[in-house]
Design a protein around this ligand. Structure first.
Ligand SMILES: *[C@@H]1O[C@H](CO)[C@@H](O)[C@H](O)[C@H]1NC(C)=O
Ligand SMILES: *[C@@H]1O[C@H](CO)[C@@H](O)[C@H](O)[C@H]1NC(C)=O
Ligand SMILES: *[C@@H]1O[C@H](CO)[C@@H](O)[C@H](O)[C@H]1NC(C)=O
Ligand SMILES: *[C@@H]1O[C@H](CO)[C@@H](O)[C@H](O)[C@H]1NC(C)=O
Ligand SMILES: *[C@@H]1O[C@H](CO)[C@@H](O)[C@H](O)[C@H]1NC(C)=O
Length: 507
């Protein structure tokens, strides 16, 4: 079985610009070792749904299966009041940073089957409930959260938001929008589709070898919770939340609010400068430095003396992207650091959790491009970008487009490392220009291949520059981005002019 590994992300808004097209060396295309007919997609978030759409459109694959550990599609856009059980991340440096919100717990014998018959036994019911929550893990949303990127940008190409949607939609609307997209694709949880398995977590992905030891595909160990079959656990990867957004939202009812900001985090590639973000933080927020380590809360701590005082308090961690794929332990190597290749036959994908490496175009694992990753980048227009990355995966795997040779992919990768200032946190961060350049690159490459192979031509990504321009300026100036009656998608041009004028006046 072949695998697309999918990770959804909450997009940081960027705007598209024209950028130059980089020449692709196509002289010796990469040759796959076996015909790709079956695809497993891990995760039914926006990236998973977009890659499913691209893959199923091709009428090439015998089988496409999505595995989603939650009971619904939509990935991170699923709010619930549930609390996560403790996560297996310890404090400080030097521990296993690649760990995510669960660790694999694979029984020695597979298939494994465990039947819970709780009846009136409350402690068994509690255990069942705890396992159910652990299996899917609550998502990093909070009750009052609104989208931090405007609806016209956070929109699946070819599947529009309904008329009249607010630009800064409440998360429940984004969730309903994604569920309706899943319904449109026929893979929502009520659709009885055999292409998708909900409540199903991928515990382990390993190579399937033939009797001569050659790889012929991949094997997945799955754990389904509601109705156990092939037993076993593990997790997916990260935690993300917009820290400035949180402090805005909680300040109306929080007694004290601290915002931890890393020094030197003012990356010039950011689509919006740090000062602009920080200007929207409520004035009664106290800025503190980077958190060095997490400790248990002392009984009588005092924040002003460097100890923590939390009486009935809550700490919210918005610690940014952390990359971990616990179901791919063979591609973790936490002893690799810096910008060097690892001293191993196959290169690691995850090292210290700050980035993913060894991917061509941030997508295809170069040592075995039957593994692909979608939605790893930060700073991209996730809903739009996913269409093109999904098309690239679907077209390459169905033979309608080709990757360059492994050597050329590695050359490209190391060039990228150099251009982006090394393998570190932010490596996958695309600024406006890089976002736009990548999208144009996908379009030019895939269309050139389509002309040869008779595929459909892809249109250019929608230009949301003006929308983003207005949005960013409005946010930076503290202008409400959700004025009623002025936010219909159908009236963007008109709205923009009004907003522009309004913002100029404010300034
Ligand atoms: C209830 O379930 C727990 C296991 O979670 C078990 O130890 C206990 O014996 C059960 N109680 C009864 C009355 O069956
Ligand atoms: C903090 O500031 C926000 C917005 O400026 C305000 O609504 C809130 O009441 C303030 N909270 C406290 C505790 O003063
Ligand atoms: C915390 O410590 C400071 C300095 O010692 C003191 O002034 C303050 O009253 C303490 N706060 C609490 C809540 O104990
Ligand atoms: C903490 O919450 C409990 C229950 O709501 C309340 O009885 C207690 O007084 C609170 N303690 C403080 C210090 O606010
Ligand atoms: C991990 O990387 C180190 C440093 O390059 C290397 O010596 C080691 O063999 C690697 N481990 C595995 C399991 O590949």
């Amino acid at each position: 079985m072949l695998v697309v590994l999918i990770a959804a992300s909450i997009a940081i808004p960027v705007f598209a610009q024209q950028a130059h097209f980089e020449h692709l060396d196509n002289s010796a295309p990469y040759g796959f070792e076996w015909p790709i007919k079956e695809v497993a997609v891990i995760g039914a978030g926006v990236s998973g749904l977009l890659s499913y759409r691209a893959l199923s459109d091709k009428h090439h694959f015998d089988r496409i299966r999505i595995f989603e550990r939650d009971e619904n599609p939509g990935g991170n856009w699923h709010y619930s009041d549930e609390h996560a059980a403790t996560v297996p991340i310890a404090s400080g440096l030097g521990c296993d940073w690649w760990k995510a919100d669960y660790t694999a717990n694979i029984p020695s014998q597979i298939p494994f089957h465990k039947v819970y018959k709780a009846g009136s036994n409350e402690s068994l019911r509690d255990e069942f409930e705890k396992n159910r929550i652990n299996h899917r893990q609550p998502k990093p949303l909070w009750q009052s959260l609104r989208a931090n990127t405007p609806a016209p940008q956070q929109q699946v190409p070819g599947f529009s938001w309904p008329f009249g949607v607010e630009w800064a939609s409440h998360h429940s609307k984004v969730q309903r929008y994604l569920r309706s997209f899943a319904s449109w694709l026929g893979i929502n949880n009520g659709d009885q589709s055999t292409d998708v398995s909900y409540n199903t977590r991928v515990e382990l992905v390993s190579k399937r070898l033939d009797n001569k030891g050659r790889q012929t595909g991949w094997t997945l160990v799955l754990r389904k919770y509601v109705q156990t079959y092939q037993g076993v656990y593990v997790e997916q990867y990260w935690e993300e939340a917009s820290a400035t957004g949180i402090s805005l939202d909680i300040n109306t009812f929080a007694k004290t609010s601290y915002l931890s900001v890393r020094e030197h985090s003012n990356d010039p590639r950011a689509p919006i400068r740090r000062e602009a973000h920080l200007s929207s933080v409520a004035g009664n927020t106290t800025m503190i430095g980077e958190i060095k380590a997490f400790h248990p809360i002392p009984k009588h701590g005092n924040m002003s003396t460097g100890e923590i005082e939390l009486l009935n308090g809550t700490i919210i961690f918005g610690t940014g992207f952390r990359y971990a794929f616990p179901f791919l332990p063979q591609y973790h190597n936490s002893s690799v650091s810096g910008n060097e290749p690892a001293d191993s036959e196959e290169q690691p994908i995850v090292t210290d959790g700050s980035h993913v490496r060894s991917l061509y175009l941030d997508t295809f694992y170069i040592d075995q491009p039957t593994l692909a990753f979608q939605g790893q980048n930060v700073g991209i227009q996730t809903f739009i970008y996913g269409k093109y990355a999904g098309e690239a995966i679907a077209r390459v795997w169905s033979g309608k487009a080709h990757l360059p040779s492994a050597q050329a992919q590695w050359r490209h990768f190391w060039k990228t490392v150099e251009e982006r200032g090394g393998l570190k946190k932010g490596f996958q961060w695309l600024d406006n220009e890089l976002n736009s350049r990548s999208l144009n690159y996908f379009v030019a490459w895939l269309n050139a291949a389509a002309i040869e192979n008779g595929e459909k031509l892809l249109e250019l990504p929608p230009d949301v520059t003006d929308v983003m321009d207005v949005w960013m300026k409005a946010r930076a100036a503290g202008v409400s981005v959700n004025p009623d009656g002025r936010n219909d998608l159908q009236e963007i041009d008109h709205v923009q002019h009004q907003w522009r004028a309004a913002i100029r006046d404010d300034w």
